[in-house]
Design a binder for this molecule. Sequence first.
Ligand code: ATP
Length: 350
Amino acid sequence: MKTFHIAVLPGDGIGGEVVAEAVKVLRAVEAQMTGVAFDLTEHSVGAAEYLKNGDPLPASAFAACRAADAVLLGAMGLPSVRWPDGKELTPQIDLRERLDLYCGLRPIRLYHAAHCPLKNYGAGEIDFVIFRENCEGLFSSRLAPRDPAADEARDTLRITRRGAERICQAAFREARRRHRKVTLVDKANVLPSMVFFREVFDSVARHYPDVETERVYVDAMALYLVQRPHTFDVIVTENMFGDILSDLAAGLIGGMGMAPSADIGEGCAVFQPSHGTAPDIAGKGIANPIATILSLALMLDWLDHPETKAAAKRINDAVEAVLADPANRTRDLGGALSTTQMGDLVAARC
Ligand code: ATP
């Protein structure tokens, strides 16, 4: 029997509500496995933990994440809870950087025509994945001290050869698996850092002659994602551009409640919905748990055991089957199902 140790971090706001549904689904697929078990340990992190003990990511929780086979995370931070200098707590970014989870994987798939604000797109016709560089880019100076008396403030967009190479390589590997193409999103017409990013992309591309490539400026990409999202397969970009475009992309498939993510490093990974803590709907039982359930499927696939891979497919198929029926929608998608009702439906189909 293989036991996978999973650190579970519900966090703040709707984090706990959506993680509970993912755990329900995990237990449902585990019940059908013969050679795999999951040992889940829950850790308190985020704004509530900060208010209690002064640290949103306590050393014990961080050590547990490092030691676990994988981490399942809800969401962390609340707009009203801030550091003394006024900045919001962002322990999810600290976790990414400290574990060097450079590869931000954001799959975008349309499950039902009615979830898409654009006309003429049916289920499966929007289906691409964003590879967001997670550890440098425009976030790289985010922890630098700021002089409150100064008349200017700066952020640095840092691209290293190693950082650009490894995210581009990950994107090309995935494109080869999907047999299609990679779109580089940059701003190489204006920023020297982006000229460098494009040079690295081009040098990685030479090792993948079978993969089609295209290069698009980020402003044009915002337009094309709305005009022709079906033409994209694998998209690779720096941290901040990936942050913005993945929210836009989530808007194409029904909103944040439909967008899963994985932050992957060397032998370590965190799986969480792309959304935040959604304080506007927290505690109401109406959050859509699908993004977290799909993130769980990414985790099971990444664990790379024949039984977990099969379970990942069962979850994806269950989500597809449940969402094919227009009666099965949470409020964000125009329906009336609660968070737990949606979780129950998916768990029952697995
Ligand atoms: P962060 O900065 O932490 O990523 P955010 O400010 O982008 O967070 P979110 O918490 O992602 O904000 O919420 C953005 C919007 O999407 C809110 O209106 C929220 O209610 C909605 N939303 C987010 N997640 C869900 C969900 N799982 N189900 C339904 N609506 C959601």
